[in-house]
Design a protein around this ligand. Structure first.
Ligand SMILES: Cc1ncc(COP(=O)(O)O)c(C=O)c1O
Length: 370
């Protein structure tokens, strides 16, 4: 009987050889969508999205680009790069784009770490970090958050070894919304060896109102091992178009261009990002409204008796432990979908006022039963 080179008979289905490491990698879990259909209206507070629809100018630029998507996009994202370079006063050679900032984060790991290497980050933090680290073959070193739900930067510096290739500092941290401030960040950066890349993930930068939190782009200027990640998905409201970028010194930015998926950022996304930067005033007004809602929701939760870590992002965190799933289910019954992390807590995006009110109704009733 004919056998193939692995000795399988034709009747035995041949399974392609996948990398063993995949077995230890969870699939990324997106925030649950709001339920569609004839039932009551539901609100999606599970993915830290901006609840506002695109601004008119942004919509027009996307519609303009839509007529030519039979063509590949501008691979160098030249228009967007020029706009960003001017906006942040950085050389265009210090910029790199990707399919959302998660795409850029993955490019960073591919550029720095592989089997035998380590990537250090706080935990809990952005759930893509363990996934993209394992995919590269590197190992994660997760440093627990402090009791106050903030990065423990001293412990993170202690966790850096000669195997460490990259450290993520998520500021504000997803899912807790907590921040690291200038003196502690500077002290940490002074301790990390200069050949280890420190990635300041600032996906929620525009929501920060605490003046003690440094702008990563100011920090990167005289620290060649610091890279800043930003995105158009959150404050700028372009989550569905997939565009994020990094600001880093030239060797890192050049490496990012090598590890990018060619043509990953569509022309629609590039044009929408440029239009968003040009409509910034209107966009940031909306961000201001969300910041106001964040203050209102946080104060109301605190008044109800919850411990709410101070959030500088567009979400708040409730540590519910074993009651997490129950709370998430109660929210869903009331028409709001939140993001549970089983056994730990829920992350609640600040959304439309009506959605925030529904959430506060649930949290009040739940609190009374505790
Ligand atoms: C901390 C953090 N970084 C990066 C991202 C990725 O966002 P995007 O890929 O849409 O830019 C997210 C999204 O939730 C996030 O929370």
């Amino acid at each position: 009987m004919h056998t193939d080179s692995r000795g399988d008979s034709p009747e035995t289905p041949v399974i392609p050889r996948l990398r063993g490491v995949l077995e230890s990698i969870p699939t990324y879990k997106p925030g649950k969508p709001a339920t569609a259909g004839d039932g009551p209206v539901t609100y999606k507070l599970s993915s830290n999205e901006n609840p506002y629809p695109p601004l008119p100018g942004v919509m027009e630029s996307v519609l303009g680009a839509a007529g030519s998507f039979n063509r590949y996009p501008d691979m160098a994202c030249s228009g967007l790069m020029a706009e960003l370079a001017e906006r942040f006063d950085v050389p265009a050679t210090h910029l790199a784009t990707g399919t959302g900032s998660v795409g850029v984060a993955q490019q960073l790991i591919q550029a720095t770490a592989g089997p035998g290497d380590e990537v250090v980050y706080a935990w809990r933090s952005f759930e893509a970090y363990p996934i993209i680290t394992r995919i590269s073959g590197a190992a994660s070193v997760q440093v627990p958050l402090t009791g106050g739900e903030t990065h423990d930067l001293d412990a993170m510096a202690d966790a850096v070894t000669d195997r460490t290739r990259l450290v993520f500092v998520c500021n504000p941290n997803n899912p807790t919304g907590t921040v690291v401030r200038r003196p502690e960040l500077e002290r940490f950066l002074d301790r990390v060896p200069s050949d280890v890349l420190v990635v300041l993930d600032e996906a929620y930068r525009e929501f920060i109102r605490d003046e003690e939190v440094p702008d990563g782009i100011e920090i990167y200027r005289d620290r060649p091992n610091v890279c800043v990640l930003r995105t158009f998905s959150k404050a700028y409201g372009l989550a569905g178009l997939r565009v994020g970028f990094a600001v880093a010194h030239e060797p890192v930015a050049a490496a990012l261009r090598k590890t990018a998926v060619p043509f990953g950022v569509s022309q629609l996304a590039q044009d929408a990002a440029v239009a968003s930067l040009r409509s910034e005033e209107a966009l940031l007004e909306r961000v201001e409204a969300l910041v106001g809602e964040r203050a209102r929701v946080s104060a109301a939760l605190t008044a109800q008796g919850w411990t709410v870590p101070g959030s500088q992002a567009n979400f708040v965190w409730l540590r519910l432990g074993e009651r997490t799933a129950e709370f998430a289910a109660a929210c869903e019954r009331a028409g709001v979908v939140v993001r549970p992390f089983p056994g730990e807590g829920v992350r609640i995006t600040i959304g439309e006022t009506e959605a925030n009110d529904l959430l506060l109704g649930v949290s009040e009733a739940f609190r009374k039963e505790l």
